[in-house]
Design a protein around this ligand. Structure first.
Ligand SMILES: C[S@@+](CC[C@H](N)C(=O)[O-])C[C@H]1O[C@@H](n2cnc3c(N)ncnc32)[C@H](O)[C@@H]1O
Length: 367
């Protein structure tokens, strides 16, 4: 009796998987499937979301944060020195690309002289980052340290407003980190993209605009960058910075989770840095369908979809501090959305760059 039931289940499963494969192949219109075999190179999962409001908190990281807060509160630089000593130890050992390098940058500022401070603030975007955190006697930096390392209970701790606030401050410190170039090799990523003057770029999930303003310089006065995010505070920062620096080729757009909201057939490049792992892991299939289709519609026929995301590293390599997703999962999934991988780059083990183009048979559908 039990063996009959077992074989029935097997038959049902087999026919299910056959019909799924057929449906997928129809969708891909006979275009060759990409080789998306993901090699397992460590014990970690191929996709990992972790906590998206605030990333790993360690004992040493907390201690360094406490020292930095004491330095700001008491103006006693010996605390900044202690914090710096800890950052020197934990930056190469604890995790990659997190907040430590930005916090060490503040220690360097506090411990620096007039000349070194001038150098640190020489870049106008770094200067604006500093102004954001240092205004009102470093109010935002103190608040970040307090919330991040749970150094004190605040009135809204544990509420949605409190979670939104730390998520915003965390994004801000991570993505506008003045030392991001050092860990990410941003300029190599941008150089590989060969951005042309006069082009239109949609920076989807722009955060506080780190890439937006770099693209703005490259597309020039005849081009345009549309900075898109679901979080209004990020867009406000981008808008205010554009006004402050008299930058006229940056527009902001608040999107819905299920659509980037960009006009059809208008973008030469849709760029998403550190966003696809969120799309992959948190959206329902229906919402993801609408979201990815909105990117496809936004692109011009020969436009490029660029995805920068965090790699699964081999055992022994310091992993990215936050979420990661094996690139093969994205390449495989986007194939079924009608995108072919055209190029790929990797300048550090923790982050890759994927360049997709719409498959020829998809272009007619989205014109
Ligand atoms: C990890 S941050 C990356 C920020 C920026 N791309 C960078 O690299 O500096 C991801 C950003 O995507 C935004 N986001 C999340 N879901 C989104 C969606 N469906 N559409 C647009 N932005 C989204 C978040 O608010 C956040 O600012």
């Amino acid at each position: 009796m039990s063996s009959i039931r077992y074989s029935f289940i097997l038959t049902v499963c087999a026919s299910c998987s056959i019909s799924l494969v057929c449906a997928a192949d129809d969708n891909a219109n006979n275009s060759p499937k990409p080789d998306t075999t993901a090699e397992i190179t460590s014990k970690v999962s191929l996709v990992h979301l972790g906590s998206i409001d605030t990333f790993t908190i360690t004992e040493q990281g907390t201690l360094a944060g406490r020292f930095l807060l004491s330095a700001l509160d008491s103006k006693n630089l010996s605390f900044a020195k202690k914090a710096k000593e800890i950052y020197e130890t934990i930056i190469p050992t604890e995790h990659y690309g997190g907040e430590y390098t930005a916090l060490e940058w503040f220690c360097d500022y506090l411990l620096g002289n007039e000349e070194s401070r001038k150098q640190q603030l020489g870049d106008r975007y770094h200067n604006s980052f500093f102004e954001f955190f240092s205004a009102n006697d470093f109010a935002n930096l103190k608040e970040y340290l307090t919330r991040k390392y749970k150094l004190k209970k605040l009135a809204d701790s544990g509420t949605e407003a409190g979670r939104d606030r730390i998520a915003f401050l965390e994004d801000f410190i991570l993505f506008n980190n003045p030392r991001r170039e050092e860990w990410e090799k941003t300029s190599k990523i941008i150089e590989a993209l060969k951005i042309q003057p006069g082009t239109t770029i949609a920076d989807v999930g722009c955060g506080p605009g780190y890439y937006t303003f770099k693209f703005s310089e490259l597309v020039g006065a005849s081009g345009k960058v549309i900075a898109i995010d679901t979080v209004q505070e990020h867009l406000n920062y981008v808008k205010n910075l554009a006004t402050k620096f008299d930058i006229t080729n940056v527009e902001t757009l608040k999107d819905r989770e299920d659509s980037a909201g960009v006009r059809a057939n208008s973008a030469d490049m849709v760029f998403m840095c550190s966003l696809y792992h969120i799309i992959y892991t948190t959206l329902t299939e229906e919402v993801k369908d609408r979201f990815v289709n909105s990117l496809k519609t936004a692109l011009k026929p020969d436009g490029r979809l660029i995805i920068v995301d965090n790699a699964v590293v081999t055992q022994g390599t310091l992993p990215y501090h936050g979420p990661h997703i094996a690139k093969e999962l994205i390449i495989g999934q986007l194939y079924y959305y009608g995108f072919d991988l055209a190029e790929q780059y990797q300048f550090i083990p923790q982050r890759y760059v994927l360049v997709f183009k719409k498959r020829t048979d998809q272009i007619a559908n989205t014109k």
